[in-house]
Design a binder for this molecule. Structure first.
Ligand code: FE
Ligand code: FE
Length: 203
């Protein structure tokens, strides 16, 4: 595992993000480190992934599409309709090419932070969750509960986040990526036998 210079990455990233996004990014970085401590995962990886997870977020949407085409990153129909979704795969690409991150664990955590995916690695779950619960977040429902859950049962926190996100998107607020549905099904089945609350989505 490479030793990363966090301050250097911060300075470089700061130029690419607007003030709010940068603040959010720091929140994700700190929350991800705290989760890594809680679950005895690598703190440096959590910091780097948290710091860079939204590195492509502030690129204008048409440019995101152009860059993905230029770099040979596949664009799905849903991503073409909602190009903001592209910031995760483009972010993983830039993390490697522009910020020199070669660690596949970190790149995976950036790649899947928006939709999640079935059977995520610990670091993927940490970034996915930290993105949702970092201190500056306030809009999502159940936040206090999910914040508590995150530090007690990470799988259940991931499940709750996926459920709330799909509910939100299903009510017409945005496109749903197929990967989010698969992720939801996976984490729902994980809890099916043990904790069936009977309020699952039909996805
Ligand atoms: Fe993001
Ligand atoms: Fe984010």
């Amino acid at each position: 595992m490479k030793d990363y210079n966090i301050q250097k990455l911060e300075r470089k990233l700061r130029k690419e993000l607007d003030a709010d996004r940068y603040q959010h990014t720091l929140g994700v970085m700190f929350t991800a480190s705290a989760l890594a401590m809680d679950y005895k995962e690598d703190i440096m990886s959590a910091q780097v992934a948290g710091l860079l997870h939204d590195c492509a977020k502030c690129i204008p949407n048409d440019k995101k599409i152009r860059m993905c085409r230029e770099y040979g990153l596949e664009i799905s129909k849903v991503e073409l309709q909602s190009p903001y979704l592209l910031h995760s795969k483009l972010g993983a690409y830039l993390a490697k090419e522009k910020y020199g991150v070669e660690d596949e664990e970190i790149l995976g955590a950036i790649r899947w932070h928006t939709t999640g995916r079935p059977n995520m690695t610990m670091l993927e779950k940490i970034i996915f969750t930290a993105d949702y619960i970092e201190p500056a977040r306030f809009k999502a429902k159940n936040l206090a509960h999910i914040r508590w859950l995150a530090f007690h049962d990470l799988n259940q926190a991931v499940y709750q986040i996926l459920e709330d996100t799909l509910h939100y998107l299903d009510s017409g607020k945005g496109e749903i990526d197929e990967m989010s549905r698969s992720a939801y099904r996976y984490y729902h089945n994980l809890y099916d036998e043990t904790d069936d609350k009977g309020d699952s989505l039909t996805v």
